[in-house]
Design a protein around this ligand. Structure first.
Ligand SMILES: NC(=O)c1ccc[n+]([C@@H]2O[C@H](COP(=O)([O-])OP(=O)(O)OC[C@H]3O[C@@H](n4cnc5c(N)ncnc54)[C@H](O)[C@@H]3O)[C@@H](O)[C@H]2O)c1
Length: 281
């Protein structure tokens, strides 16, 4: 549970949040934190995910409209943006928390990728950010000073073998954020990515070896892994006016993982492992 007190940092702001699937979803926690800070927003997810019915629950909880949209289909994205601004007005913030790799789901190794599936990975997880922002620009959907965040992972910079083609998707996602950030800056609009540490959500847990990646990151990070609620609080700061000059950045929110070389805990683990190996020989 998020116990952070409200500072009303988002009072009067209107947002659009993609990717809340269930209570563990990063987008779900972000929605609750945005509500706490006084924002109103629209929620969206793929039509298939919406059939699960949990997003409607979040809609009721936060008094938000819920619209379906497959973000890989540009027509649906344009329709969603038009519907959203018709119903709630222009946007002050957007959260892109969407990711999916059919290659990972089917346990296909990186050196044997199915390219049709890889195109889907890139389309859903990265090019969708371009589609959303292009649709916003064409429909004048963003207020001056708006803030856009896409959630990413350090696989964009370093290879995590089990993260497969999602490593590539995240690199593309971060590049799209920078490119749009450069163009939208004239209107004071910020575009950033938050590189979240491993978090136990539906997408996260679907990756083979996730538990090992989670434990490794937790032991390497001086502050430990960030929770979904920690991520939500960080998003609030970036949606707020307090960060109005931050744009085109990939911001690590990972407890220090990305900068730490090795931790005492990992050194002791490796020493213990070596001692175990030596005694069994
Ligand atoms: N969980 C982690 O460890 C972690 C770490 C870093 C970054 N991220 C990123 O955070 C974001 C949110 O993931 P999460 O961990 O909350 O998992 P999640 O499974 O709760 O969220 C992923 C969402 O993507 C949606 N989605 C998939 N295909 C879609 C489509 N075609 N159209 C619209 N929506 C679609 C799903 O329905 C789901 O709501 C993703 O971009 C993920 O890569 C997650």
């Amino acid at each position: 549970m998020n116990t952070t007190k409200s500072h009303q940092l988002l009072e009067g702001k209107n947002g659009l949040i993609f990717g809340a699937l269930d209570e563990r979803s990063l987008a779900w926690r972000v929605a609750l934190a945005c509500q706490r800070e006084g924002a109103r927003f629209t929620l969206s997810n793929a039509p298939l995910a919406m059939r699960l019915g949990t997003l409607q629950k979040l809609g009721e909880l936060t008094d938000s409209e819920v619209f379906p949209c497959d973000v890989s289909d540009y027509k649906q994205v344009v329709e969603l943006i038009k519907k959203t601004i018709d119903s709630t007005g222009k946007l002050d913030f957007i959260l892109h928390a969407v990711g999916m790799s059919p290659n990972i789901r089917k346990r296909i190794e990186y050196s044997q990728l199915n390219y049709g599936l890889m195109r889907q990975t890139l389309d859903i997880s990265a090019i969708s950010l371009h589609k959303i922002l292009q649709a916003c620009v064409q429909n004048k959907a963003l207020n001056d000073g708006a803030s856009i965040i896409a959630l990413t992972y350090i696989g964009a910079q370093r290879v995590f073998s089990k993260y497969s083609d999602m490593n590539d998707a995240k690199a593309l996602l971060e590049s799209i954020a920078r490119n749009f950030g450069s163009r939208l800056g004239q209107k004071g609009i910020r575009v950033n990515t938050i590189s979240q540490g491993p978090t136990k959500t539906s997408a996260g847990s679907g990756i083979r070896g996730f538990d090992a990646m989670y434990e490794f990151a937790d032991k390497l990070s001086p502050l430990g892994n960030p929770s979904a609620d920690d991520c939500a609080d960080y998003c609030v700061t970036l949606f707020s006016d307090l960060t109005r000059k931050v744009t085109m950045q990939n911001l690590f929110h990972d407890g220090g993982f990305s900068t730490n070389g090795i931790s005492e805990e990992l050194i002791f683990d490796l020493i213990a492992l070596n001692e175990q190996k030596n005694t069994s020989e």
